[in-house]
Design a protein around this ligand. Structure first.
Ligand code: NAP
Length: 505
């Protein structure tokens, strides 16, 4: 345990004895090929379980890192922590990984663990129904094929379906429109008047890249965000060689990042004094970068830091002060065939609109239709907001496991760490099923309910319930996405499954 705390914890898992080749293992369907789906597959393989199939609707692996190819896409969690501890990469080019390198890493994982034969690319699962008699999931693809699996692991992520706002006239716009998560690389922005709607984590990364290309750039900002600077120097060849030669050093470095980031949770507590200090630093940074008092006022958030995701970027403010870039905070009223009209009646002509409007984040597992025991529909169970036990299992849906499910998102640390906890938990459940000859694991309703009451009680002590809108909440304002405390607590809660949480098997 001490070793795990010092080294293994930031991503490490329990070492399970591999299952012998002669032991029959359940068939496992994994949906998605992002960090979650591929990580699950690797751990299964490492544990000697090869009876799995990975379904992916796209033609390639990578999940969000395959979809988000906008200029400047990179991760704001350092490379060595934003990668799987059981699939280490020692030669990351930079401190923060860029999208092409993350995608290449995930593709390389497929090669290293020979996952190719398990992959069904271009296969979208439209529905999954639990067969109560056979204790199996019956999957239906959009092409109408059926596949059967004993266990279903959903690694669909929280940010996989772009959100397109309903703005009057958008469909009639005469120019080019695309979403940041579906970047139109065939469209040259050179000489265009470009409008960007939204100013979240995606927008602040590509705006500095496209401003020098476009004729003019207008950012339509609904609410200002907290922005902090982030430098991204390359690793020297010597450092990379050192990490490769001394993997323990790499693990220690990873752990040091984990603990540094973990401490940041203090900022996300309601009325946190630490947050006030960071707000001061954010204000000072804004004042240093933005001399114009009108623009500076526009860029000043009206909510406590952390309520929405804090943006880490060093060239966004510098781009906004360019003469050929405007920030418009007047609400958008409608879109005409040639431009955007704001509430003050002004129409700004534009050639291209880029929607940096985020994702449908609170409809977990959508659009897969999931039907559990006795015809129970998951979207009906989740009518008032998604809930799960440990973000992994839902009562009434036996043998269904989620990776990055409800209340497992973070504002302060690496999602890959959370995924590894979930992957380890699911693996141990599978091993328990094999060892005990169980065909069904269904979490008790009472356990799930009391767990979620505790999660929401803890949530009241966080900044996410402060008065701001964010993708962490559903329409009713319930925080369905975030984990409400330190990730160490999640690690402790998921370290070994408590099988008393499940109905008699
Ligand atoms: P987002 O943070 O949800 O931002 C969406 C933006 O669109 C917000 O500025 C929002 O305004 C605006 N918006 C939405 N609907 C609108 C409407 N009808 N009219 C005008 N504006 C509208 O989405 P995102 O930037 O794609 O980022 C989503 C998440 O992806 C991030 O929080 C992060 O977790 C992840 N991400 C991570 C990285 C990274 O570095 N690791 C990079 C990119 C993305 P309001 O703020 O007023 O709602």
């Amino acid at each position: 345990m001490l070793r795990e705390l010092i080294q293994g914890l930031p991503g490490g898992g329990r070492d399970h004895p591999p299952i012998s080749e002669s032991t029959p293992t359940p068939s496992i369907a994994i949906l998605g090929t992002g960090f979650g789906g591929l990580g699950m597959a690797i751990r299964l393989r490492q544990a000697g379980i090869t009876t799995f199939t990975i379904y992916e609707k796209a033609d390639g692996v990578g999940g969000t890192w395959r979809d988000n190819t906008y200029p400047g896409a990179e991760c704001d969690v350092p490379s060595h922590l934003y990668s799987l501890s059981f699939a280490p990469k020692h030669d990351w080019s930079r401190h923060y990984p860029e999208q092409p390198e993350i995608l290449a890493y995930l593709e390389d994982c497929v090669e290293r663990w020979d996952l190719g034969p398990h992959l069904r690319l271009g296969t979208e699962i439209a529905a999954a129904r639990f067969d109560d008699v056979a204790d199996q999931w019956v999957l239906e693809t959009t092409a109408g094929e059926e596949h059967v699996a004993d266990i279903l692991v959903c690694g669909l992520g929280q940010l996989n379906r772009p959100f397109v706002p309903e703005i009057s006239g958008l469909a009639e716009f005469g120019g080019t429109v695309f979403h940041s998560a579906r970047w139109d690389h065939g469209h040259d922005l050179d000489g265009d008047d470009v409008a960007v709607i939204g100013n979240g984590a995606s927008a602040v990364q590509f705006v500095p890249r496209i401003a020098p290309v476009a004729e003019h750039l207008t950012i339509f900002q609904r609410s200002a965000n907290w922005v902090m600077p982030k430098q991204n120097p390359p690793f020297s060849e010597r450092t990379k060689a050192l990490f490769a030669r001394l993997p323990g050093l790499d693990r220690g470095y990873r752990a040091s990042i984990y603990w540094r980031f973990e401490a940041r949770f203090l900022m996300f507590r309601r009325a946190s004094r630490f947050a006030r200090v960071v707000e001061k630093a954010g204000k000072a940074y804004r004042e240093k970068e933005v001399a114009d008092p009108v623009l500076r006022e526009q860029l000043t958030p009206d909510y406590p830091i952390g309520c929405k995701r804090i943006l880490a970027v060093s060239d966004y403010y510098a781009t906004l002060v360019r003469d050929d870039v405007d920030v418009v905070s007047e609400p958008i009223e409608r879109i005409t065939p040639g431009g955007i009209v704001t509430a003050d009646g002004q129409e700004r002509p534009v050639d291209t609109i880029i929607l940096a409007t985020g994702f449908e984040s609170t409809d977990f597992l959508a659009p897969v239709e999931i039907v559990g025991r006795d015809g129970l529909k998951l979207d009906e169970v989740w009518h008032d907001g998604a809930e799960a036990y440990l973000g992994i299992t839902v009562s009434g849906f036996p043998n269904l496991f989620m990776l990055y499910g409800p209340n497992t998102n973070l504002g302060h640390n690496s999602i890959v760490f959370m995924l590894e906890r979930q992957i380890s938990y699911v693996l141990q459940c599978v091993q328990e099923m094999v060892a005990g000859g169980h065909t069904s694991l269904n979490v008790r309703q009472s356990v799930m309910d009391s767990y979620n009451r505790a999660v929401q009680r803890r949530m009241h002590q966080t900044v996410w319930e402060a008065g701001c809108s964010s993708w962490y909440k559903n329409a009713a304002g319930k925080v369905t996405n975030n984990w409400p405390t330190f990730t160490v607590e999640y690690w402790l809660a998921t370290r070994h499954p408590w099988f008393g949480a499940f109905e008699d098997r």
